[in-house]
Structures are given as C-alpha cells and as structure tokens.
Design a binder for this molecule. Structure first.
Ligand code: TMP
Length: 213
C-alpha cells in the first residue's frame, strides 16, 4: 500500500505521518516512511540544488526536471522495492506537489509536466493521498515557528519558502483543484485544528475509504 501526504510547508505533515506509522505498526504492518525530494544519496544532493537559497536563478524547467530526477531515483531505489516486500510506504510529498508547485505555481505546460512525470513515476500512483489544507498565512506562521526551533534545512527560509505570496496562492489553488477532481484518491483534511483533531480526521477519512481497518 502506497499512501502520500501533501500540503503547504508548515501544514503538519511530519507529525501526522509519525502518528499514522505508529497506528499501522500497532495493526501489525511493516511501514516505511520516506519523503521527496531528498531520500536517496543522489536525492539529497538534488534537494540542496532545489532548496538552497543561493541558487536563485534556477529556471522553472530546470526546477521541474530536478524534482522529476529525484522522483525517478526514489521510486525505483526506495519505494517500489519496499512495496514489493509487502511494506506500507508513506511518502511525504509526491506527484500532487509537482502538480501544485510546478504546474499551478510555475505555470509550466501540461505537455511538458505530463511527459516528465510519466517517466519519473514509472506507473506508480498512490492508493490514497491525504492533503492537509491550511491557508498560506497560517502555514507561514507555523513554519516561522519551525525555523525558530531550528528544524529547518537552512538558517534562512529555503528557496521555495521565499517565494512571493502569489506563487503560494497558486500552489494552494493547485491542491484545491486536485482534491476536487481526484476525490476517489484524495482525502482533504482541515489542518488548522489541534494535532489530535487533525489525526482523528485523517483516521476517519482513511477508514471511510476502506484504506485502513
Ligand atoms: P519539504 O520541505 O516538505 O520536504 O518540501 C520541499 C519543498 O519542495 C516544498 O516547498 C515543496 C517543494 N516541492 C515541489 O515544488 N515539487 C515537488 O514535486 C515536491 C516533491 C516538492
């Protein structure tokens, strides 16, 4: 089973993924938690190229190709082998982030994005996706707190966190579009509540879809 989590920076994905992992392990599942970009040796280098604020001049096409390269490696080296061993794989960000950030956010063409994504995912789509929905303002407040707690990659906001409000609003619209149009796969959860409230909603949503028992 392949489950992905999506949402803006600061929406609380890592905390909720930890909870789901614990829940599934209590049910007797073997669980692998992974993330994009950056969860392979090559991916870690790609993550720095993508997010390090020193690379300001990166073009939208280069950015999209680097996310696709990270995914091509990650799917083949990490996700597919774990699924083949019967594990549940929970991935922090996957294809919906590409659609929200590169297609909606950067406004790259559907033809280009469709082609590179097809090769990157190698046929692998998630069975279920949880989108944690949070307004860009609330998300900004949360990741400022995270940066102050020194859990961020860099001392300053990363390259995408530094993007303008219009870009973040387009990303937000992208996630909304995906949730509305792919509701058989995507469960949207209001992430503005407490950790417990959000977790209860995720659990109920996944059970309702028959993803969890
Ligand atoms: P993270 O901090 O949640 O690991 O995400 C890294 C950043 O990369 C985040 O701002 C979202 C962005 N991103 C994309 O723009 N496209 C993608 O395909 C993925 C996976 C992430």
């Amino acid at each position: 089973m392949f489950i992905t989590f999506e949402g803006p920076d600061g929406s609380g994905k890592s905390t909720q993924i930890r909870r789901l992992k614990e829940y599934l392990e209590q049910q007797g599942c073997q669980v692998l938690v992974t993330n994009e970009p950056g969860d392979t040796a090559i991916g870690a280098q790609i993550r720095d190229l993508l997010l390090n604020p020193i690379y300001k001049g990166i073009t939208p096409e280069t950015e999209a190709l680097l996310y696709a390269a990270d995914r091509a490696q990650h799917v083949r080296q990490v996700v597919k082998p774990a699924l083949a061993e019967g594990k549940v794989v929970i991935c922090d960000r996957y294809i919906d982030s590409t659609i929200a950030y590169q297609y909606f956010g950067r406004q790259l063409s559907g033809e280009f994005m469709g082609t590179i994504t097809k090769y990157a995912i190698d046929g692998l789509m998630p069975e279920a996706t949880v989108i944690l929905e949070l307004s860009p303002e609330a998300a900004e407040k949360r990741y400022t707190q995270r940066a102050q707690a020194k859990q961020a990659d860099y001392d300053v906001p990363d390259r995408l966190e530094q993007e303008r409000a219009e870009f973040k609003e387009r990303v937000n619209q992208g996630f909304k579009y995906m949730a509305e149009n792919y509701s058989h796969r995507i469960i949207t959860i209001d992430a503005s509540g407490t950790i417990d409230q959000v977790w209860d909603a995720i659990l109920a949503g996944l059970k309702e879809r028959g993803v969890l028992c």
